[in-house]
Design a protein around this ligand. Structure first.
Ligand code: MGD
Ligand code: MGD
Ligand code: SF4
Ligand code: MO
Length: 665
């Protein structure tokens, strides 16, 4: 969309908050969009979002590995060779020997196409990085409320009387949402932050709750113990709109604040105070992030905090649940069906009516019904010889998965690895074929942010060399594989096709979306009258503390957790190619407590080796306000040589807890 006839509106390529940036196509100057959702604000990543686009490292031509090197080949030859290898592997080993990884970085249209290709090819082996991220929240929300997404729009945050921020550090990870929280605070809302360290977000907190890593269920249960025993819960809401209360009441009985203090390290008086303040506020939002989901107890962690909201009736216009989505289009990738257990719209594979309707739309009788492999299950499946070919779009598992040394080994075992990216990433270096994609501002399409707002992103400039938009590459792939229905000539044809998957979008045009301030689906505020469960009631679950997979011991006495910093983004492929961001942080560090620094004779700036059972990493030490016994590494610089790949029920690894040791070099 052209705004004022000159600047072009584009969705920020980084986080799931979903800011719009305005780009002047002549000067390439970036300014923030004044409307929803960013209201004239951008963080440093958004402000410098064009720097990686013009990096000299951009992929320009399709490449094929010959011996140890990559050689340039034509698009036609690349597509022909890739499709004949895929068909041959299907012929010899079946469709499930092929897996596809979709991308939370690319548009709805592109994710929709990739999952359509996978399913028409005959497999549900299609997944995206939601698996490493908020899939535990999706599972817990579906179990309790029936719908796996953020319940309320950002604007509701301004009107609540309390905000509980748990295992989530928006000041670094969704900086613009802080404005909404600040507005609430200015109107008198109490801000409570629960984390394992003093975070930047805590600058805004009325209550700073510093907890031992991995003990969140105990804290949540103790908060509920206080709320129930002091009669502070919303009896009417609990009675009319939920089931499972008596189970929860029994379940939290033993979790007194005094007991919880021993497990969590949080003062029992603070637990009581926080429980009372949050319960008496009358309305409240709960926002959470990776500190809860990236644990073997990920699903249960989220169930526990949803219970708090349900006990208090903080749903609808009295609050909301905010599992703040990570990547700019992770919510869209999920809604488009790029998940191995869901069809578009999070509809389960065994919903025969819907599945057959989608199949008919795609010109076939039926689609595969068995759940596909999770992204995080692929590596063992490759090492065991069950998966022979992998097609990756915009994902960098050689850096982003837990225990990456194992992943890198698996990547060498494939008969066929295709990587479609904008850079020759660490993962792409393992590939047999590398396909150059256009970056976000070199193509058009729609994206969905954390509040479920679908927004159109327009084209500013042409891609470099022979790079093509992902949707163009995927339309071609569908065609060369001989699949029906891939004759797209305009991206809007794909937009209007995916609209057919959703009752609230069916019949609307791409033009309508382009001329709107985005469309929130299914509607702005979920569950106001009833929940999306079969009986319309929310189901509460009692959950017991589940301890992390590894226990620190004499050999590995420390707890390692991995976090994000404002200036860098995930595997660093984009931000490490952005000079303005590199200036803000240029090298990897490990944060350690004053006590541990003293114990190990470490000074600020010393080089140390951090080791776990999986690998080791040399980092610069920085003394910080963290708990004794805990060390913290920003994950953007190869931290996953260290992390544990034990999975929770939703398939997310325990990226937030490893037993570790530290050696001064
Ligand atoms: N600048 C920047 N922004 C980003 C990203 C980025 O890489 N860089 N990535 C995007 C993506 S994909 C995502 S998913 C989001 C993630 O956004 P966040 O969830 O905010 O990100 P993290 O820093 O990984 O983890 C949040 C917090 O969990 C805490 N934590 C660790 N272990 C525990 C625990 O056991 N209990 C509790 N209560 N807390 C714990 C950490 O100290 C950390 O402060 O950010 C998005 N935005
Ligand atoms: N230790 C540790 N590990 C973690 C986490 C953690 O907290 N700690 N967090 C996890 C989480 S929440 C997530 S979401 C994952 C993220 O893991 P990844 O998704 O693997 O990480 P990104 O660096 O965001 O990778 C995105 C890729 O998309 C490419 N790309 C960008 N734009 C385009 C485009 O338009 N087209 C194409 N084809 N490619 C494009 C980029 O170059 C990059 O290679 O990491 C996970 N790993
Ligand atoms: S808050 Fe997120 S969406 Fe907004 S500018 Fe920063 S990275 Fe982009
Ligand atoms: Mo994420």
């Amino acid at each position: 969309m052209f705004i004022g006839g000159r600047v072009i509106k584009v969705v920020c390529p980084y986080c799931g908050f979903g800011c719009n940036i305005l780009i002047d196509p002549k000067t390439l100057k970036i300014t923030p969009y004044k409307g929803e959702p960013n209201r004239g604000k951008l963080c440093p990543k958004g402000l410098h979002a064009l720097e990686f686009v013009f990096s000299k490292d951009r992929l320009m031509y399709p490449l094929k590995k010959v011996g140890e090197d990559f050689v340039r080949i034509s698009w036609d030859k690349a597509m022909e060779e890739i499709s004949s290898r895929l068909l041959e592997i299907r012929e010899n080993y079946g469709a499930d020997a092929v897996a596809f990884i979709a991308s939370s970085k690319v548009s709805n249209e592109e994710n929709y196409l990739l999952q359509k290709i996978a399913r028409l090819f005959g497999t549900n082996n299609i997944d995206n990085c939601a698996r490493l991220c908020h899939e535990a929240s999706v599972h817990a929300l579906k179990m309790t409320l029936g719908t796996g997404a953020q319940t309320n729009p950002y604007s509701d945050l301004e009107n609540v009387k309390a905000v509980l921020i748990w295992g989530y550090n928006p000041a670094e990870t969704h900086p613009v949402v802080m404005d909404y929280i600040l507005k609430a605070k200015k109107k008198g809302a109490k801000i409570i932050v629960v984390d394992v360290r003093e975070t930047t977000t805590m600058k805004l907190a009325d209550y700073k709750v510093i907890i031992k890593p991995g003990t969140d269920i105990t804290l949540a249960n103790a908060i509920m113990n206080v709320i129930i025993s002091e009669g502070l819960y919303n009896k009417d809401f609990v009675k009319t709109r939920t089931t499972g209360f008596s189970e929860v009441k029994m379940g939290v009985k033993k979790y007194t604040p005094e007991y919880a203090e021993k497990v969590t390290g949080v003062d029992s008086r603070l637990i009581r105070e926080v429980a009372r303040v949050f319960a008496k506020a009358g309305s409240g939002a709960i926002m959470w992030g990776m500190g809860l989901t990236q644990h073997v107890s990920g699903v249960e962690n989220v169930l526990a905090i949803i219970d708090i909201a349900l006990l208090l009736g903080y749903i609808g216009d009295r609050g909301g649940l905010y599992p703040m989505r990570g990547q700019n289009n992770v919510q869209g990738a999920a809604y488009m069906g790029a998940l191995s257990e869901f069809l578009p719209g999070y509809i389960p594979l065994n919903d025969e009516n819907f599945r057959k309707r989608v199949a008919r739309l795609w010109g076939v009788k039926d689609l595969p019904t068995e759940r596909g492999l999770y992204l995080t299950e692929l590596w063992d499946a490759i090492l065991e010889g069950d998966v022979k070919a992998l097609y990756i779009v915009g994902e960098n598992p050689a850096v982003s998965e837990a225990n990456v040394l194992k992943v890198r080994k698996a990547l060498t075992k494939l008969d066929l690895l295709v990587v479609q990216d904008i850079f020759l990433t660490r993962t792409a270096r393992f590939a047999h074929y590398v396909l150059p994609a256009a970056a976000f501002c070199e193509k058009e399409g729609s994206y969905m942010n954390s509040e479920r707002r679908i927004q159109w992103s327009s084209k500013v400039c042409n891609p470099p060399g022979e790079a093509r938009p992902d949707w163009v590459i995927l339309s071609e792939l569908g065609k060369v594989l001989g699949l029906p229905g891939f004759n797209y000539s305009r991206v809007e044809e794909i937009t209007e096709e995916y609209f057919k998957m959703f009752p609230e979008l069916e019949g609307r045009s791409a033009e309508e979306l382009k001329n709107s301030e985005g469309i929130i689906i299914p509607y702005r505020r979920l569950h106001t009258i009833q929940f999306s469960t079969p009986d319309g009631k929310a189901r509460m679950y009692a959950v017991e503390q589940i301890m992390p997979w590894e226990t620190p011991n004499g050999e590995y006495p420390l707890i390692l957790t991995t976090v994000r910093v404002i200036s860098h983004y995930n595997t660093g492929e984009m931000t490490l190619r952005s000079p303005s961001l590199v200036k803000l942080m240029s090298e990897p560090v490990v944060y350690i407590s004053r006590e541990d620094a003293e114990k190990y004779g470490i000074k600020n700036g010393d080089l140390v080796k951090v080791e776990t059972r999986r690998g080791s990493l040399t980092l610069k030490a920085k003394i910080a306000n963290v708990k004794e016994g805990v060390i913290i590494v920003p994950f953007h610089f190869d931290a996953n040589v260290l992390t544990n790949d034990a999975l929770n029920k939703a398939g997310t690894p325990e990226l937030k807890f490893s037993a570790a040791r530290i050696v001064k070099l």
